[in-house]
Write a protein that binds this ligand. Structure first.
Ligand SMILES: Nc1ncnc2c1ncn2[C@@H]1O[C@H](COP(=O)(O)OP(=O)(O)O)[C@@H](O)[C@H]1O
Ligand SMILES: [Mg+2]
Length: 217
């Protein structure tokens, strides 16, 4: 889970992580929500960029032959249509044999509401790890995101929060978040391991999050 208010640095950070996946030759698919290709990365050799347009026929099984996939909407693609297309793609990725990181931008938009998770995301979250399908949720609206799905995450990456209501909400999962949050500077990333007894987490300073492809945020 990567969560923070808008402009905190989520996409910049996710882009840096995906660059590392690329260097490690780990297959990924980025489901971006901005036409500008917010996350970047298209400059990397062998990264296949796909523009998602409702009404077009895609050969999903063929597309998943690419190891490095970057999906962006066209200017006129509405959010609901985009998510329908992305569901077909995630379904194809889920059933393919190999390993794949699946990066879902604006993941809150997939769910009916905060207590009803999207059934496909729930399935991939539950069965995905065994099939080496690793979901990454990116959201600026954590409170609108089903806690059921959040609690299944292995790690949460948080940035500085300023709205008290958001901080209190996060404390339901990370008890000392108020104190930790005070230590965070702009674009710093708190890494919180859901399985560990280390309730402080680890802070990555903004300066250590570096990009090699341009970010268009
Ligand atoms: N670690 C960082 N160092 C320098 N600039 C950053 C860093 N993280 C984010 N930024 C800048 O902050 C702005 C917002 O980042 P972005 O990732 O687009 O935010 P979000 O996705 O959370 O809305 C961008 O202009 C980006 O270049
Ligand atoms: Mg973003």
């Amino acid at each position: 889970m990567i969560a923070a208010p808008t402009r905190a640095g989520k996409s910049y950070f996710v882009g840096a992580c995906v660059e590392q996946l690329y260097d490690a030759e780990e297959p990924f698919i980025v489901l971006d929500t901005k036409t500008s290709n917010h996350i970047g990365l298209q400059e990397l050799p062998n990264v296949k960029k796909i523009q998602m347009k409702p009404g077009l026929k895609y050969n999903w099984d063929k597309l998943t032959d690419y190891d490095y996939l970057l999906c962006v909407p066209t200017l006129r693609t509405k959010t609901a249509d985009l998510i329908d297309l992305y569901r077909d793609l995630v379904d194809a990725v889920f059933t393919e044999p190999g390993e794949r990181h699946i990066i879902v931008e604006e993941a809150h938009n997939w769910n009916r509401n905060s207590s009803v998770p999207d059934s496909l995301l729930e399935l991939v979250a539950r069965e995905g790890a065994g099939r080496r399908k690793l979901l990454w949720f990116v959201t600026q609206r954590l409170q609108d995101f089903p806690k059921l799905l959040w609690s299944q995450c292995g790690y949460t990456y948080l940035f500085k929060h300023s709205i008290p209501q958001d901080i209190r909400y996060i404390e339901q999962m990370i008890p000392d978040f108020t104190q930790i949050n005070r230590k965070l500077n702009k674009h710093d990333v708190l890494i919180w391991d859901h399985g560990s007894q280390d309730l402080e987490g680890q802070i990555v300073p903004a300066a250590d999050v570096t990009r090699r492809t341009p970010h268009r945020g």
